[in-house]
Design a protein around this ligand. Structure first.
Ligand SMILES: [Zn+2]
Length: 79
């Protein structure tokens, strides 16, 4: 780890890897169709030492999965 990273902490910069994109003609041969292979990866990289870390997965509000039927709810803590 870089000395400054140890001292100040990493300086994270948002980065992304573009998927490989291939351009092919359509069957009618009059236009190009884009074919992307792979999924773009979004991550953060330290500007100083180059350490990488994946971004935490964001959970959109309102998209929470409903409780599974028959699932046992954990008992509330306390006493
Ligand atoms: Zn760093």
């Amino acid at each position: 780890m870089n000395f400054f990273c140890r001292l100040l902490g990493h300086t994270w910069v948002h980065k992304s890897d573009d998927p490989k994109i291939a351009w092919n003609t359509t069957k009618s041969m009059d236009e190009l169709a884009m074919t992307a292979s792979g999924v773009p990866r979004f991550y953060e990289e330290c500007a100083r030492c180059g350490a990488q870390r994946d971004l935490p997965v964001r959970v959109r509000p309102g998209s929470a999965t409903p409780a599974a039927p028959g699932g046992d709810e954990p008992a509330p803590a306390g006493g």
